[in-house]
Design a protein around this ligand. Structure first.
Ligand code: B12
Ligand code: SF4
Length: 495
């Protein structure tokens, strides 16, 4: 069976010449599904589409791959664009079977299961898609397959969800080769080392996802399996210099985490050019991890991404269900720094219940000298999350953002934190964190890029200009000027 995978992206700024800048941005869902399909004897191809015009790229992909099955993947904010593309492919190849999966279809299958879809995957898809492709290969109309809702003119067939996949080590390694032509730089990679998260954070989809199937939700791969994938990756990409380990919380299995660090240290010791590693880390109330940080540093880890979300303990505890104190955060940052790891802090603004005064506490904690970089995104309630439910109960209308700029635009109309003020403080965040050390250029630069990211039309123009080299020239001049601003801490926007 010839399968075409469609992946959509809206970020990656400053924009690369290809739709995706680096391999750290690949979609694990597409890579794992393609690997499962390939193992079952099917043929995969991929098209990566940036927001904006897409028809000529889709036509070319259809021409090249002549798909019998088209697989789309969607998070909530990509979904409107994905649906639009599927409407078009439906016209262009009416005989191809149209399937969609991903976080949004899993959490909102009732909303999704309609035209233009033949099938909606309501959970993890490796086994489900292989069964579907086999049925199509036999010339059957797929029916009665667990993990799928099927849609046709007669109505919807709702099959039960499959259990969470417990045998992660039995899955084929994600297919990275498919991505080569869509990615500019093959030096930085990512490996998924676990699935699921045990925490109840109200703004994150994990608590909702944990309820969508039976079986253990938090699952770690065997350390040896991860290292085998890393070895394969280095063979396939000899230019690799860096690997980011994607995991929701690495210390939810402490013994595993130490064994992993130890094994990576051995791996790097055997290489002429050791790889640089990084991962994300969640701060735990009342717990410290200096020994673990030291083990990570010995293994070659250079930084940790840590979510602060809000500097207000009240907002974290009462709204976000995060119970670590500011002291817990600062002690963890310090332990990481003392071990030689940089801390990249992630923050939100515009959380329901948050006031501008609460936000100034976020600014304050990010001023800590133990944070190397600070990132900020505007809060957007993803459907199915507890915080989206809170918004609904408060009568807050959540706009469907066609332009997918949800982390850069405020649209909730919160009386306690008006949209205009959220966007202004979002744009000023870098400056506020850097305080009086920031110069005029720093402020103008941050303001410009934060603004561009909130307006996709501007972003597209910036990308085209970048193609001419003008913007990179200006940014180089800017970087030179910035370098002159002595003692300036670094902070950016991000997600
Ligand atoms: C790694 C990750 C990323 C990576 C890779 C993204 C990607 N698309 O794979 C990066 C950093 C690039 C990223 C970016 C974004 N992410 Co993200 N990301 C994650 C994270 C932490 C893990 C996802 C993952 O790889 N899981 C492992 C894979 C194997 O599972 P999966 O993606 O769910 O895919 C399985 C099933 O869903 C299903 N499936 C998926 N698609 C399809 C298609 C078909 C046809 C079939 C049959 C099955 C199927 O089968 C897959 C294999 O089992 C999740 C948190 C989470 N728990 O999911 C957030 C998460 C998915 N991200 C989220 C968001 C919002 C984003 C961004 C919009 C953020 C932003 N503004 O930049 C972008 C969107 C990128 C995009 N274009 O899709 C949200 C989505 C919320 C929602 N309700 O939709 C999540 C849930 C985090 C959260 N805040 O709650 N993300
Ligand atoms: S710890 Fe991170 S991944 Fe886990 S539920 Fe909270 S925000 Fe989501």
């Amino acid at each position: 069976m010839r399968v075409l995978h469609v992946y959509t992206v809206s970020e990656s700024l400053p924009a690369p010449s290809k739709p995706i800048a680096e391999f750290i941005e690949i979609s694990f869902s597409v890579a794992y599904l393609a690997a499962a399909l390939e193992r079952a004897g099917h043929e995969n191809s991929l098209v990566v589409l940036r927001h904006g015009r897409f028809k000529s790229e889709v036509d070319a992909a259809i021409e090249r791959s002549r798909p019998e099955l088209i697989c789309f993947t969607a998070v909530a904010t990509e979904y409107p664009f994905v649906e639009k593309i599927a409407g078009y492919t439906r016209q262009r190849c009416p005989d191809a079977y149209h399937a969609v999966g991903g976080t949004h279809p899993i959490l909102c299958p009732g909303e999704v299961c309609a035209e233009p879809w033949d099938a909606v995957c309501i959970g993890e898809g490796e086994a489900a898609v292989v069964e579907l492709a086999a049925a199509l290969d036999r010339g059957e109309r797929p029916a009665g397959i667990a993990g799928w809702w099927f849609h046709d003119a007669a109505g919807i067939e709702r099959n039960p969800a499959r259990h969470f996949e417990q045998e992660l080590d039995s899955l084929a390694f994600p297919d990275r080769s498919l991505w080569r032509e869509w990615i500019a730089d093959a030096r930085k990679h990512t490996i998924l080392i676990a699935r699921g998260c045990p925490f109840p954070c109200t703004y994150c989809s994990n608590h909702a996802l944990s309820q969508t199937a039976e079986g253990k939700f938090v699952r770690f791969r065997a350390v040896e399996c991860v290292v085998a994938e890393l070895e394969r990756l280095c063979e396939e990409f000899p230019e690799a210099t860096y690997c980011y380990f994607e995991v929701e919380t690495i210390t939810s299995n402490r013994k595993w985490a130490f064994e992993f660090a130890q094994r990576l240290e051995e791996f790097n010791a055997g290489r002429a050019a050791p790889l640089e590693f990084a991962t994300n880390f969640r701060v735990h109330p009342g717990k410290r991890f200096p020994d673990f940080f030291a083990a990570l540093a010995r293994a070659g880890f250079s930084y940790l991404r840590i979510g602060i979300e809000s500097g207000s303990e009240r907002i974290r505890r009462e709204v976000l269900k995060r119970y670590e104190s500011n002291q817990d955060l600062l002690e963890t940052f310090e332990d990481a720094r003392n071990a030689g790891l940089s801390v990249y802090a992630y923050n939100l603004i515009g959380i329901p219940g948050e006031t501008p005064e609460d936000f100034m506490e976020t600014v304050e904690i990010n001023r800590s000298s133990v944070i190397a970089r600070s990132y900020i995104g505007i809060f957007y309630p993803y459907p199915g999350t507890e915080l989206a439910q809170v918004c609904e109960e408060r009568g807050i209308v959540v706009p469907r953002l066609e332009d997918c700029a949800e982390r850069f635009r405020a649209r909730l109309g919160l009386p306690e934190f008006p949209d205009r003020q959220v966007e202004r403080l979002f744009r000023d965040f870098s400056f506020l964190v850097a305080g009086e050390r920031a110069g005029l250029f720093e402020r103008a630069d941050a303001f410009l890029w934060q603004t561009i990211r909130g307006y996709p039309a501007l972003e597209r123009i910036a990308r085209r200009l970048r193609g001419t080299g003008l913007l990179s020239g200006l940014r180089r001049v800017g970087a030179g000027l910035r370098a002159r601003i002595a003692g300036l801490g670094s902070s950016e926007s991000g997600a």
